[in-house]
Design a protein around this ligand. Sequence first.
Ligand code: CDP
Length: 308
Amino acid sequence: MTESERKLINPDGTRLDGRSKTDIRETSIEAGVSSRADGSALIKMGNNIILAVVHGPRELHPKHLVNPNKAVIRCTYRMATFSVGDRKRPAPSRREREISKVMTESLESVVLTHLYPRSAIDVFVQVLQADGGTRCAALSAASVAVADAGIPMRDLIAGCAAGIIEDQVVVDLADYEDKEGTGDVPLGYAPSVDEVSLLQMDGNFTKEQLLESVELAKEGCRQVYLIQREALKKKYSDIREEVAEEIVEEAIELKENIEEDQADITDFMEEEEEEEEEDFIDYGDDDEEDDEKVVDDLLEPTTFFEEE
Ligand code: CDP
């Protein structure tokens, strides 16, 4: 049986990788993975591995692109030559330029660009390993990277596709489902503000299938959204823990310094007391001797005359 003839849905309704039609692939996102960039995120969605980094807001070059009213977002999506089975040609393809454009437009819908007039927000996305649905996964990572850069946004954009395999609408197609299925609908969605900012379609859909795909893709985006939020929360709770640890370390050091100082002061005071005591005894002895001599002299006044 060739791949195009094999069944993609098991008799029990599950897909070949065991997922139900509403399950997204196992997904993890880590924010702040690059120390070079202002913001960054790494997403693993199924076998996709995608890195997004953000530089900016920063001065925009070339100057003729400057917008005096808002920041210009420039998103660049690229696939590494080793990211797919057959070596991908290194030159930017039409597909890469197209994905860069739709990602830019999607991010523009949520980023508060008016806060940074005359500047650029550069988003670089590198697909390290591709396994279907990379534009959606890339958009999810890019949006976390922008948030990680501290750039204000109305909402995060989550990306997820839905598509048709064996006449059934399923969410988040893996590469083989994308290739062996009959169509897919990639979606970029901001769940909190309930706005769709990327919607594409590849293949033939009935109206019902299209509407069901959009709803299912939105549901997939909501699942991704929770993971995005967790990634950002984790980044900042890690920072908070680091700061708390630093404060505790500083407090311990300060306490040790104070204790050392107190010990020095105590030693010094003891030494002073000892010295004072020594001084007191010396003077006391002399005085006593002098007094005794004076008393003796007084008691024997005649001695002097007698001797004379
Ligand atoms: O990745 P996405 O589904 O957003 O875009 P696509 O154009 O529908 O590509 C589907 C999949 O084809 C990608 O995710 C890759 O796994 C694969 N692909 C490839 O093998 N070689 C390429 N030059 C481009 C894409």
